[in-house]
Design a protein around this ligand. Structure first.
Ligand code: ATP
Length: 756
């Protein structure tokens, strides 16, 4: 990386755009007092981001802007642009040329540009730190500030040295890591706060979820119990229904048959037992009695007629016999015989005999009648006729009587036999009725069982409905449920039906109890609670993860800080050792002897960096006494920082404050050069650092410049001839009556003239 040019526009006395090219390793700027040379050194500070206006001899940003003169009006802005050749990519930007520009406006506003694009100051600082151009400005030694490194506090000195050693980049990194660590801690606290805020809600939701889980367990348990219960119940109802139907069929059929039979038997009995026989018997007996009565009447009349006839006979005997007695007797005997015989004869025979008898009787009567007629005319005839008629009637009546008696006897027999038949039918009827009532009892018992089963079926249906409403699909497929005993064996349908109903009742009671518990555990919208719980858990997990991530990154930041601190202190220690060597050497060179060393001051105690070296290697390093004195003299030394201890040849010096102006200048030059030698900055600006040197020291200074010029670009503002002589390029600065600084390239001889 090489400094190519610097361009000042409206910056302090450089009212017009002025560009300085740095084509040589050493550039000297010469000019009369007040011409604006130091303004150039300050323009470097300015463009590199210097925030202290004081260090640029101003109070405000506005002081950096051309303030106008009689002939040239003041400017509204000041800008300085520094251009680097970045072909070696020392600056981590993929450009061959890197231009850094700073602009300040009258209102104090600043702008930083990197290759024309606006950036933050921080970006500029970080970029430059990579190339060992720190913001402490150790590589810009302003006029009169040569001994700044001596007058600085131990802490400031430490910063200058860190900067010079190129540790700024590490410091930036560490600061950034520390910033991030703070931010991480803040974030952690914030996340922890959020988690704490979330905790009670989460706890509440967790307890809700536990309840839900418990009630889910209850539900599962209930579902399990329900399916078994329902399965058992459905099997029981189904099988029992089948059994009852089967048990009902046969008795019902038999009952129907019995009903028929009973009806038939009843009808038959009614037919028989409808007293037709008895009334017929009565009627017959009545008819018999009537016939007997009539026979009696007829008999009596016949008797009377016969009596009359006997009386008539006597008359006839008197009248003489129209009919001989023997004839009459014969006739009578014959009739009598006939009658007697007829008793054993059939009806037809009787009729026949009767007809013959009648003829006989008629003949006899005719003869008698003849007698009668003989005797008294018609009377006897009439009697006979009447007698005959009576006898006929008597006969008929007797016939009737006999017939009736026969019928009665017959009917009696028939009634008796019918009575026997009825008794049998009655027995059957009673047996049927007994059986029927037996069946009815049975049927009734079955019916009541069926009714009970119907009630149980209805209850079962509503149970299924309720179970479905509570548990949904979990119980709907209870039919497919396989019931197992406690020992895991399959329970058959028969076993289910056979078990005492009380067991199902027990199951139902358990189910009821579970339902009550489930109802008591009622939690409203469980889906909503579960969702919210899940979300909250997820959020908490997220926060926990974030916290862990933050802790992890805090840890890695702490590690990084530790690492950087270690690196820094190692590099610092290493750097100090190297600087010490160079410092001592330059010091000896400048003073022709003596010793100089840097020491690290920690908690008010000085710890010489050279301590690790053997005493004989560094025989003249500040003694403990001196150091203690210094520590007492300067409060700043209480801080962790760098202290300088020196010892001049042939002099007993007890501190830097005892040095003369020239000695201070020499000491600081020795230190600045030592620092630059150990870690050469890309460029070094020395503004009249050589002002206090005598001729001999000017030469030594010139030699040192030549050495440094091999490693860093040097910009030397000087009035010193020796210094000028070491420069490859000489710029002269002049200022006319317009107060505007002007730049001109000059030759060595011209420079000598210009410098005056
Ligand atoms: P010396 O050799 O005496 O140290 P020098 O060449 O370093 O002098 P500077 O100190 O750089 O001179 O220049 C100072 C000059 O710059 C003064 O004349 C001062 O008036 C002028 N100057 C400073 N700030 C401004 C400004 N904002 N506007 C105009 N001129 C300014």
């Amino acid at each position: 990386m090489r400094l190519k040019s610097i361009e000042l526009s409206g910056f302090k006395s450089f009212a017009r755009k002025t560009e300085l090219q740095f084509s040589s390793a050493i550039t000297s700027i010469v000019g009369p007092n007040g011409s604006g040379k130091s303004n150039i050194a300050e323009s470097f500070r300015f463009v590199l981001g210097e925030q202290s206006m004081k260090s640029m001899r101003g109070k405000r940003g506005e002081d950096m802007i051309w303030n106008g003169s009689n002939s040239t009006p003041r400017g509204s802005r000041a800008s300085v642009k520094l251009v680097f050749d970045n072909a070696d990519r020392a600056l981590n930007l993929d450009f061959d040329e890197v231009a850094i520009e700073r602009v300040v406006y009258r209102d104090g506003a600043n702008e930083y540009l990197l290759n024309g694009s606006q950036v933050r100051l921080r970006d500029i600082n970080e970029l430059l730190a990579q190339a060992n151009i720190g913001s402490s400005g150790h590589h810009i030694i302003s006029q009169g500030e040569a001994d700044r490194v001596l007058s600085a506090t131990a802490r400031e000195r430490r910063e200058m040295i860190e900067d010079a050693l190129g540790l700024t980049a590490y410091l930036y990194k560490r600061e950034e890591a520390e910033r991030k660590l703070v931010k991480t801690a803040e974030n952690s606290a914030q996340v922890e706060g959020l988690r704490r805020e979330l905790a009670p809600h989460l706890k509440f939701l967790q307890s809700q979820v536990r309840k839900i889980e418990e009630s889910q367990k209850l539900r599962d348990d209930l579902a399990l119990k329900y399916v078994e219960y329902l399965k058992r119940e459905s099997v029981y109802l189904h099988v029992t229904h089948g059994l009852l139907t089967a048990a009902y069929d046969a008795p019902e059929r038999e009952h129907t048959e019995l009903n028929h039979k009973i009806t038939e038997l009843r009808m038959a009995l009614e037919r028989k037992g409808s007293d037709a026989g008895a009334s017929e018997l009565v009627r017959l007996e009545e008819a018999g009695r009537r016939a007997a009565h009539r026979r009696d009447m007829l008999g009596r009349e016949l008797g009377r007629i016969e009596g009359e006839l006997v009386a008539e006979e006597r008359i006839l005997k008197v009248v003489e016999r129209a009919v001989p007695e023997a004839q009459a007797r014969e006739f009578a005997n014959r009739v009598e015989a006939e009658l007697e015989e007829s008793m054993q004869l059939s009806e037809a025979e009787i009729k026949q005999r009767m007809a013959a008898l009648i003829i006989l009787v008629k003949d006899f009567l005719r003869r008698i009648t003849h007698v009668e007629q003989v005797r008294e005319g018609r009377s006897k005839e009439e009697l006979l006729e009447r007698k005959q008629q009576l006898e006929q009637e008597l006969h008929t009546t007797g016939e009737d009587e006999r017939r009736i008696a026969g019928a009665v006897a017959h009917l009696r027999i028939s009634i008796e036999s019918e009575k026997d038949a009825s008794r049998e039918a009655e027995r059957d009827l009673f047996a049927a009725m007994a059986r029927r009532s037996e069946l009815e009892t049975k049927i009734n018992s079955i019916r009541s069982k069926v009714e009970m089963l119907e009630r149980e079926t209805a209850a079962f249906r509503s149970e299924v409905g309720e179970a479905g409403a509570i548990l949904g699909r979990a119980v709907q497929s209870y039919e497919d449920h396989v019931v197992r005993s406690a020992s895991g064996e399959l329970v058959t349908d028969a076993e289910m039906v056979d078990e005492p109903r009380s067991q199902q009742e027990d199951r139902r009671k358990k189910i009821e109890r579970l339902k009550i518990r489930l109802e008591e555990a009622g939690l409203g919208n469980t889906a909503e609670i579960l969702r919210e719980h899940e979300e909250t858990v997820e959020r908490d997990r997220f926060l926990a993860r974030e916290l862990l991530d933050l802790e992890t990154s805090a840890q890695s930041l702490r590690e990084l800080i530790d690492e950087l601190t270690k690196t820094l202190s190692a590099r610092f220690a290493e750097g100090i050792t190297k600087i010490n060597t160079q410092f001592d050497a330059f010091f000896k060179l400048m003073f022709g002897g003596g010793d100089a060393a840097l020491s690290l001051v920690t908690e008010g105690k000085v710890r010489p960096y050279a301590a690790k070296l053997a005493d004989d290697d560094r025989p003249n390093v500040a003694r403990g006494d001196d150091v203690s004195d210094d520590a007492e003299l300067d409060a700043d030394e209480k801080e962790e920082g760098i202290e300088i201890t020196i010892s001049l040849p042939h002099k007993r010096i007890k501190g830097l404050h005892m040095l003369s102006g020239g000695e201070r200048a020499l000491t600081s030059i020795a230190l600045i050069f030592a620092m630059s030698q150990v870690n050469p900055p890309p460029f070094l600006i020395l503004d009249e650092t050589d002002a206090a040197l005598d001729e001999a020291n000017s030469r030594r200074y010139g030699d040192m410049i030549s050495t440094l010029g091999k490693r860093s670009q040097l910009l030397l503002i000087t009035h010193n001839r020796e210094t000028m002589s070491r420069a490859g390029i000489l710029y002269g600065i002049t200022m006319g009556s317009d107060g505007v600084s002007k730049l001109l390239s000059v030759k060595f001889e011209e420079a000598l003239a210009v410098a005056k």
